[in-house]
Design a protein around this ligand. Sequence first.
Ligand code: SF4
Length: 425
Amino acid sequence: MRRLVPRMAYNALHPKSHPARLAGVPAYLARLAFVMSNRRKTPPSRPPAPGAAAPKPAWRRRVRERLLGWYAQEKRGLPWRGEREPYRIWVSEAMLQQTRAGTAAPRYARFLARFPTLRALADAPLEAVLAEWQGLGYYGRARSLHRAAREVAGKFGGDLPRDLESLRSLPGFGPYLAGAVGSIAFGLRTPAVDGNVLRVLSRLLDLPLPVDKPEGRAAIEKEAQALLPPSKPGDFNQALMDLGARLCRPRRPRCGECLLEALCAARKTGTVAKRPVKSPRRAPREATVFQLWAEQRGKLRLARREENGLFGGLWELPGWMAKGRPEPPEKEWQRACAKHLGPGWRIGEEIARAVRVLTHRKILFVLRQALPPKGKGRKAWLKDEDGAVWADAETLAALPLSNAQRAAIAAGRRGIEEGQGRLFG
Ligand code: SF4
């Protein structure tokens, strides 16, 4: 035996620091132990070569096994984990589309306490849903939840449909939401590609295509579909998302701790920091919102926006929005006074400017005081109408307003106070 495993060959296979060598174990015995201990191990599957046409089935099998095993042991303890009720799964996934899990968790519990069933959500007025959604942003999600709940109540007897096509027909159910709800709630073998999954797969494949263009997106979705296991597709989708959130993070990914390190093409080629490839970002479009500050007896005039479009259904100071950074003539301000407040109102001083940057827009709020009519016309308009109210502090806190609008109102309040200080100082 000793002659079969010469010491030179053994030493070449084992570094000087190898435990067997340090422990003084005879070379031939150590070699035998080494060979025996590795007989049952499967050789690691290679990661797909960069730009390779399609990963091999063995590679996919290994990715699935490792991810599902890791998820079973290590999944994050989030309030919607293990949830079986489709409505509650839907609410969690709708929130998670644009909101981090840590922020969504307490809001998820609150939302369900207010609207515990799909019927309760469908029966509620939109305004109550928007009010509950305040602070989460992207209010289109809340409007779609509400519209879809009404549609499910009307068309599907109050239960979410269990097939992908019907799910996709509901308001707000794009490929991600339909895939997430379909796989987690109903076990459909369909992928759910969110930002985390895009990042993980683009790195695993070392995809050189921009993931925000159709070609790159299609490559990711194709692989996400091919990777899905025959059972537990919901667990698999969530495992990919968890991996993206915890290890394969946008900056400083923890590759050294990653269960997929040996299978990751970008890790192998040293391109992790360059993946995913994204097209150059366009600067956010500029818009200006001109608004009237009309205050009477401690109440501020607010108007509700139309349901569709930016900030749809939310309340705001009355005014109008324009593209870019125009400076409207005085007569336009005067027209807005008459339109939103009634005859006799006059335009006053500018009291504040505030800039808020959203994902795709940079909005400048310009607030000017509106002065009430004098004499007889003074009381004629002092009433709440459909879509316009005089709001005291309590009503203002309860109505659904965007964070941007609340910041503009706070700037207006400071402007008024400083103006009064100048007046009386
Ligand atoms: S090895 Fe690194 S880049 Fe590859 S999947 Fe794991 S964390 Fe992401």
